[in-house]
Structure formats: C-alpha cells, structure tokens
Design a protein. Structure first.
Length: 547
C-alpha cells in the first residue's frame, strides 16, 4: 500500500510538471507581443522566442541521440526515467533562475537584452526536452501497464489546461486585471509603470516549483527508476545526416542574427536564409530516406518512408500550431490608421488579446478531451453523447477561466459554432487516425482560407479554430509514423520528438513574411502547413495499406 501511495504521489507530481509545460509554452502567445512592444523589435525577432524554446527541444533530443550512439547504449535508459526527469527539472529550474539576471536593469527599447531572454528560455526548453522524453514512458511504468494510456491521457488533459490558463495568468501578471488600450500600455512602459521585474518574479516562482518537484522525485526512494531492457540500435548514417542538417541550421541562424547587429537588417536576406533552413530540413530527411534503401541498417528507422514523412508531419504540425497563435497577437494589434486591425476588428493591445490566445489553446484542450473518450471504450448512445457533451464541457471550462479572471467573454460564445464543426469531424473520422488527420487537415486549410478572405469575427474565429484542428494531430501522426517499424519503433519515436524543431523555424518564417508582405497575408504559411498534413494522411495511408 505504501508503494502504491508513492506511485500516486509521483503521478501527481508528474501531472503537475505536464501542467507547467503547457503553462510556459502557451504563455509565449502573450509574452511575444509584449516583447515586441517593450524591446521595440520587429515581428521576426519576436518569433525568436519560439526559435529558442522549441529549438531547445531539438538540440536536447539530438544530444541524447549522439551520446547514445557514441556509447552504444540508451543514455536515458542508463540514467533511468526517474533520474532523467529530475535532471530535466533541475535544468529548467536553472533556466528560470537565469531569467532574473538576464533582464536585470533592462529598460524599454533595450533590444540587446532580448537575446539574453532567449538564452534563458533555451535553457528552460532543454530541461523540458529531457523531461518530456522521459515522462511518457515513466507515466506508463507507474502502475498497471494496461492502464498506462489512461495516465497519459490524464497528464495530457492537465497539460492542455495549463495551455488554457497560461496566457490569462501571464497577462494578469504583466498588465493587471484591467484591460488597457495600446496608447495606455505605451505610456505605462515609457513611465516605468510596466517593467520586466514581474517576469523576473514569475520565473523565479516557476523555478522554485521545478526545484520542489525535483526534490519530491528525488526523495521518493521507493519509486522505480523506470528502466527497460530494450537494445539500443545504432544508426550512424542517420546521425551524420542529422548533424549535417544541424550544421546548416546553425550557420543560417548565425548569419540571421548577424544581420541584426547593424541598424538596417536586410529583410530579403533574412527571409532567404530562413527558407533555406526549412529546405535543409526537408531535403535532408527526404534524401536520407532515399539513400537508406541501399544500406538500411546504417540508417535505422529512416529507412521507413512513413517515419520520414511523419517526421516532416510532426515538424509541420508543431510549426503551424505554434505559428498561428504566436503571430495572432500582432495580427490583432496592428492599427491600420483607422483604429482597425488587418481583419477589420478594433485594434487590440497586448493586454486585450489574452482571452483569444487562451481560447486558441483551449481549442486544443477541447479536442484532446474529446479524443480521450475512446480510451474508456464507451459504447452505443453513451459514446455518441460523450462526443457531443465533452467538447462543450471543455469549452465551458475555458469560458469559466476567462470569466473568473475578469475578462469579457461575450465575444467567445461564437466559438461554439467552431466546436460543433469539430464534433462533426470526430464522427466523420470514425476513430481512424489517417482519416481523422486528413479531415482535420482539410478543415485547417478551409479555416485559414476563410481567415484570409473574410473579415471581422468570422476571420477571427476561423484563425482561432486552428487550435481545434491541431488538437488531434500529434497522436494521429505519431501512430501512423511508427506503425510497422518493428525493432526501430523506439528510435523512430526519438526522431519524431526531434521534429518539434518545426516550432523553432516556421514561426520566424511567418514573422519575416509579416515584416515584408504584412501580417495578414503571412497566414498563407498556415494554409500550406495544413495542406501538407492532409497530404501526409493520404500518402501514409497508401504506404501502410500496400504492405
């Protein structure tokens, strides 16, 4: 009984960690436009928040793969999942604490300080990378393996709740409970009424919580380390391909950062370098899969086309999920001179967009709660009613969080129409990953096109519904990508986690397009991303059915 109690404590702590992943990641939607205003940077630079945060996931996963290949054994398995989570928590704690000296003494317009902020976020992201790589298998090990998926869905639901309230809490900390107009915020920043000291206190508090979670894991001596007996399979040529791709990415972004050392960065050069970094990722993976047909063992999991296409799909999915909301603040904030933003609504300030960012991430929570219904095997009418009621219960939770926080939620009621369309999509998908992914990919394309070609609330809710479309994509892509990989399943899963890299490249690409062609038109990036995800669903379905 004591051991079971300890397992429950560990699961509770683990679920709390999932919450903070969502909380910090979603908070970037409010933090990004605030940084743009406070540090007086362009849209591309503001999206480097995502570059630092999600790029850390890639470098963390790659480093683990490099160390494992060189030693011939799975480093994380050697440490144990428990210790790996502790190390990740301590690393994120370090990044949170580093945020304090990073912005100490900064004042409005000190754009060079912004890069210290990116450094601190990169360290936090490295810790998250280690935590997330270990947390899923660790959750499965905390009890009956047959109920492992239930524990993962619980953790995922709490993570989504963190993404919903994160933007609200950060907005309240930064701006207070009373929404302020753009001129009011500018005046408060100029007068020193809004400073980065609140960010310092927030991250110090988060650092303390990470440290407390690490201590709880460490002192729970009866907890399993969570090791497994699976053999680590080397893939030397896949490793060389990933290192080559990484070198190109480092060179491209070094040249991009170098552009900002002068007073007048060349927008075209930055755009071309960002596009080239994207081409490098796509090209490296496709060429690797082609070469793998001649020497399969040296390439490991990259010999499977469904895995390589899935790596690109995860890259695209994370990219589009992040870029829609990361650039949404700018879309709603821009004043065209008549008091309206590019979609014809009244221009909003940094403090006024929080409920909309919350609603976007709430869309992911709505979809994930609905997606978890099948885990409990309901049948008949009960199943039908759950698919209808659970999304609206989750929608009500999002409204409640915003209402309690003092925000006007009347504009959010119309989002219920988008939820209804998502429910129809769930029924049409028939719980088949490929079909469900294809449907939601097409819904994403349609939603983004509506946002581009309409105005007002219709355009606004079309863009916000991107969260609903993305909500089911991670499990669908993951399941399709690792199907039939056999002994390479674990390695393939590691490669997929690396492709969270998409969140580091696609948002800056849209940001630079926004600097050149305008923020509204830059959302064509999202159309292309959703189109690829629909294509992937069809393509991988054909590949798997031919076997």
């Amino acid at each position: 009984m004591s051991e079971n109690k300890n397992y429950s404590q560990a699961l509770s702590t683990l679920v709390t960690v999932f919450f903070f992943w969502g909380f910090i990641a979603a908070s970037n939607g409010v933090f990004i436009p605030f940084c743009k205003t406070y540090f007086q940077i362009d849209q591309f630079q503001s999206q480097l928040v995502d570059f630092a945060f999600y790029g850390a996931y890639y470098f963390g996963a790659l480093l683990l793969f490099v160390l494992s290949n060189s030693s011939g054994q799975d480093i994380m398995n050697k440490w144990g999942y428990k210790n790996s989570i502790i190390y990740g928590l301590l690393l994120s704690c370090l990044g949170a604490v580093v945020m304090y000296p990073a912005v100490q003494g900064a004042s409005a317009g000190d754009s060079h300080i912004f890069y210290y902020v990116l450094g601190a976020l990169f360290i936090v992201g490295l810790g998250f990378s280690l935590q997330q790589t270990a947390a899923n298998p660790f959750a499965v090990s905390l009890g009956d393996p047959e109920k492992g998926s239930h524990r993962l869905n619980l953790a995922g639901g709490v993570n989504s709740f963190g993404t919903t309230i994160g933007p609200i809490v950060v907005a309240l900390i930064l701006f207070g409970s009373t929404p302020k107009s753009g001129p009011e915020l500018d005046a408060m920043i100029a007068n020193g009424d809004i400073t980065l000291s609140t960010i310092q206190m927030l991250y110090l508090a988060v650092g303390v919580l990470f440290l407390a979670a690490a201590a709880l894991f460490y002192f729970s001596k009866k907890l399993p380390q969570g090791k497994n007996d699976s053999e680590f399979l080397k893939a030397p040529k896949a490793l060389r391909a990933l290192l080559f791709m990484t070198l190109i990415l480092v060179v491209c972004f070094y040249l991009i950062f170098d552009q900002y050392k002068g007073d007048t960065p060349n927008n075209d050069t930055i755009l071309y370098l960002t596009i080239f970094s994207l081409v490098a990722v796509v090209g490296t993976l496709l060429v690797s899969n082609k070469l793998a047909s001649k020497d399969k063992d040296s390439w490991g999991a990259m010999q499977y086309p469904q895995l390589v296409l899935g790596m690109l799909a995860i890259f695209t999915y994370v990219g589009v999920e992040v870029t829609i909301q990361s650039n949404l603040g700018e879309l709603l904030k821009v004043n065209l001179g008549n008091g309206l933003n590019p979609i014809g609504l009244p221009s909003m300030s940094d403090s006024q967009i929080a409920p909309l960012i919350s609603m976007y991430w709430g869309g992911l929570m709505i979809g994930r709660w609905a997606g978890a219904i099948a885990v409990f095997n309901p049948v008949g009418k009960l199943k039908t009613w759950l698919y209808i009621l659970v999304p609206y219960i989750a929608f009500g939770a999002v409204l409640a969080v915003n209402f309690i926080s003092g925000f006007d939620i009347s504009i959010l009621f119309w989002f219920s129409v988008c939820v209804a369309i998502q429910i129809i999509g769930f029924f049409a998908g028939k719980e088949r990953p490929a079909l469900t992914l294809k449907i939601f990919g097409f819904l994403g394309v349609i939603a983004m096109l509506i946002g581009l070609f309409t105005s007002g609330n219709i355009a606004l809710f079309a863009f916000l519904s991107g969260g609903l479309c993305c909500s089911i994509m991670w499990p669908s892509i993951f399941a399709l990508s690792i199907q039939d990989l056999g002994k390479y399943t674990s390695q393939g899963s590691s490669f997929l986690v690396m492709m969270i890299l998409g969140g580091a490249i696609i948002p800056p690409l849209q940001g630079k397009l926004a600097d050149i062609i305008g923020i509204h038109s830059s959302y064509w990036i999202a159309v292309i991303c959703f189109a690829y995800l629909a294509f992937f669903a069809q393509k991988v379905d054909n590949i798997l059915n031919l076997k």
